[in-house]
Design a protein around this ligand. Structure first.
Ligand SMILES: *[C@@H]1O[C@H](CO)[C@@H](O)[C@H](O)[C@H]1NC(C)=O
Ligand SMILES: *[C@@H]1O[C@H](CO)[C@@H](O)[C@H](O)[C@H]1NC(C)=O
Length: 267
C-alpha cells in the first residue's frame, strides 16, 4: 500500500457515491425533504477523508531505512585486513563461530565456553560424537531451526530466545558460542543484535565492531534490514549517516507530488 493508490481509491469512492446517487434518484424510499445531491456530496467527502487518513497512517509507518542500510553495507564491504581465526569474541559473554569451530571441544574449553547456540538447527547438527563431548564437558546446547534463506524472519523469530540463552551463559559466569554453518548470516545477525542491545550501541557502531571482530559477516541484505528495523524500534539508529558514508550514493528519488502529500501539508 502506498500513496500511488490515493488517486484510484478516491476515484472508486467517487464512482461508488455516484452509483448511490443514481440509485437514490430512482428510489421510492428517499424521504421527502432530503436533498440527495447534498447527501451524496457528504458521502464523497467522508469517503475521501477516510481513504486519505488511511493512506497517511500507512505512509507514516514506512520509514526510510535506506541510508542506514547503505552505510552498513559500506562498512561491511570494506577490505578485510587480517584472517580471523574462529571463534571470535563479540562480547565478554559471547563468541561467534562457524560449525567447524564449534565442533572443536578443546577450543571451546580453552575459551571457557559453557553454552553453545547452534542457529543452523537440525540441518547443522553436530555429529553424535561431538554432542557426546559437549555433554562430557558440561556444555549446554540449544539448537534453533533457523532457515538460511533470504527474507527469513531471523530476528523476529529467534532474537528473544537467543538473548535469553546468552544471558543464561553470562549469569552462570560462562560464555556462549553462537554459530551456524558459516558464522556469517544467521549467527552473525544474532551476535550483532546482542552486541547492539547489550551495549546500547548505535547501529553503525555495532556493525563496525562486528566487522572488526569477524571480518566477513552479514552478507545478506534481508538480515541486515531486520537489524536496522530492530535498531529503529530500540531507538538505536543514531543520526542519519552522511551520503559519503553510504555505499553507492544515489541521488534522492524524485517524489511525485501526490494527493496524500498535498493533503499532509494541510494537516
Ligand atoms: C549467508 O552467507 C553465507 C556465506 O556467504 C551463505 O552461504 C548463506 O547462504 C547466506 N545466508 C543468507 C540467508 O543469505
Ligand atoms: C542474500 O542477499 C542477497 C541480496 O539481498 C540476495 O541476492 C541473495 O540471494 C541472498 N541469499 C543468499 C542465500 O545469499
Amino acid at each position: 500500500m502506498n500513496e500511488a493508490y490515493a488517486l484510484p481509491l478516491a476515484l472508486c469512492a467517487t464512482l461508488a457515491a455516484t452509483a448511490i446517487h443514481v440509485a437514490l434518484s430512482f428510489s421510492p424510499f428517499i424521504p421527502p425533504g432530503v436533498d440527495s445531491a447534498a447527501f451524496v456530496t457528504a458521502l464523497i467527502l467522508s469517503a475521501s477523508l477516510l481513504v486519505l487518513s488511511v493512506i497517511r497512517h500507512l505512509s507514516r509507518q514506512r520509514p526510510d531505512d535506506g541510508p542506514w542500510i547503505r552505510a552498513a553495507r559500506k562498512i561491511l564491504s570494506s577490505p578485510i585486513k587480517e584472517r580471523h581465526a574462529l571463534p571470535v569474541e563479540i562480547l565478554p559473554h559471547l563468541m561467534l563461530g562457524d560449525k567447524k569451530s564449534a565442533s572443536d571441544v578443546a577450543v571451546l574449553e580453552a575459551f571457557r565456553i559453557s553454552h553453545v547456540l547452534n542457529a543452523a538447527g537440525h540441518a547443522g547438527r553436530q555429529s553424535d560424537e561431538v554432542l557426546q563431548r559437549y555433554t562430557e564437558a558440561g556444555i549446554k546446547l540449544l539448537q534453533l531451526d533457523a532457515q538460511d534463506e533470504e527474507g527469513y524472519a531471523m530476528l523476529p523469530k529467534h532474537r528473544k530466545t537467543a538473548a535469553d540463552f546468552f544471558a543464561l551463559a553470562a549469569n552462570s559466569g560462562g560464555r556462549c558460542l553462537v554459530h551456524c554453518v558459516a558464522g556469517i548470516n544467521r549467527s552473525g545477525v544474532l551476535a550483532a543484535s546482542e552486541l547492539m542491545l547489550h551495549e546500547r550501541l548505535p547501529l553503525l557502531e555495532a556493525i563496525r565492531r562486528i566487522k572488526a571482530a569477524r571480518g566477513f559477516v552479514l552478507s545478506n541484505d534481508s538480515f541486515l534490514e531486520q537489524l536496522v528495523t530492530l535498531a529503529r524500534a530500540e531507538g538505536l539508529l543514531g543520526p542519519p549517516p552522511p551520503v559519503e558514508e553510504q555505499e553507492s550514493p544515489r541521488p534522492p528519488r524524485k517524489t511525485r507530488p501526490s494527493v496524500a502529500s498535498a493533503l499532509r501539508g494541510l494537516g
